[in-house]
Design a protein around this ligand. Structure first.
Ligand code: HEC
Ligand code: HEC
Length: 294
């Protein structure tokens, strides 16, 4: 072996650090061949071991039509079912007590009350919000359930009855009444309707055309039997209070005219045939609280 060959085989040692280089060099910068830090190597090995374990236990490796199942049998469906079962079990503990409790019992028991109120809020979003709005604020023709103005009564028993059988719904026990179509059916002349509309406007301090005295006479004859002599409404007929500035259909002249001319008849389905008794009870409690029940 010549001296030259010997030199080529000798390790290239960096003279500053005394560490061997890899032989790579850029513009005079040499790469030191330091060993990897021990801790780094261990983390690397642990990661590899962990990933192999994960591949085996969990569904991990994509295969046509899904993924390997994993020996642990884990699926998110299963996890969901488990947590749902847990919730149902927790509810059942209350439901049993709830089923037997009267409204008075529930009002006295903070735990049952909270249970009912939360359940009612959830059932409301599912079944009622489409018509009454998410927070129960209502819309034209759909009563606001947040206020303490009740068409058919705001006691727990009243609300329960309304929910169970609905309003103008298809059953014998439903809440029902029918305001006559005074204009369409020719019961009142246009000018008489204008006068009674004036009177209705005056009841809540609205602007009139000055015919309210004539309107008051008509009201007494034609309207007081349902809306009350004072215009404050009668819950047995679901006839709204006309003095409180809370309007189901609207309190401007045009809308009131239409109401008197064509009449109105809002319909709500009966829930007794669609929801179980516990849910209706929960909704009753929830609404009673929401609307400052009577
Ligand atoms: C299809 C639309 C619709 C749905 C869905 C609906 N409601 Fe109604 N609801 C009405 C209408 C319209 C009225 C007003 C009836 C009337 O004019 O007297 C009403 C009236 C009521 C009243 C009477 C309010 C009062 O002032 O006396 C209550 C209470 C009520 N709804 C609760 C519910 C609950 C609880 C649900 C869900 C389980 C529900 N509603 C779902 C349309 C609906
Ligand atoms: C047979 C009972 C009955 C009679 C009589 C009657 N109403 Fe009504 N009225 C009702 C009912 C019930 C409603 C609510 C309809 C609904 O909920 O859809 C109503 C609703 C109204 C409304 C709508 C209120 C709102 O908040 O939007 C006005 C206004 C009104 N009536 C005025 C009159 C006037 C004026 C007369 C007399 C000319 C009259 N009503 C006669 C039962 C009656």
């Amino acid at each position: 072996m010549t001296d030259k060959q010997k030199n080529e085989h000798e390790k290239d040692i960096d003279h500053v650090t005394g560490v061997e280089t890899t032989g790579h060099e850029w513009d005079g910068l040499k790469e030191l061949n330091n060993p990897l830090p021990r801790w780094w190597v261990w983390v690397f090995i642990v990661c590899i071991v962990w990933s192999i374990w994960y591949f085996v236990i969990y569904p991990a490796w994509p295969v046509p039509g899904g993924a390997t199942e994993g020996t642990g049998g884990y699926t998110q469906y299963k996890e969901l079912a488990e947590s749902q079962a847990e919730i149902t079990a927790r509810q059942e503990a209350y439901l049993e007590r709830f089923e037997d409790a009267s409204f008075q019992d529930i009002l006295k028991d903070p735990e049952l009350y909270a249970f009912a109120s939360a359940g009612g809020a959830a059932a409301f979003k599912d079944n009622c919000a489409t018509c009454h709005g998410t927070g129960g604020a209502g819309a034209k023709g759909y009563p606001n359930l947040n206020d303490d103005d009740w068409l058919w009564g705001g006691t727990l028993e009243d609300i329960h009855q309304t929910l169970e059988y609905g309003v103008r719904a298809n059953n014998l026990d439903t809440r029902i009444s029918q305001m006559p179509a005074f204009g369409k059916d020719g019961l009142l002349k246009r000018e008489e309707i204008n006068a009674v509309v004036d009177y209705v406007l005056s009841l809540s301090g609205g602007k009139t055309d000055g015919h309210e005295a004539q309107g008051a006479e008509i009201f007494k004859m034609q309207c007081a039997s349902c809306h009350g002599a004072d215009g404050k409404g009668l819950q047995e007929f679901g006839a709204p209070n006309l003095t409180d500035k809370i309007w189901l259909y609207g309190g401007d002249r045009q809308t009131i005219f239409e109401t008197v001319y064509y009449a109105r008849a809002g319909m709500m389905p009966a829930w007794g045939t669609r929801l179980d008794e516990n849910t209706i009870k929960q909704l009753t409690i929830y609404l009673h609280e929401l609307g400052g029940g009577e």
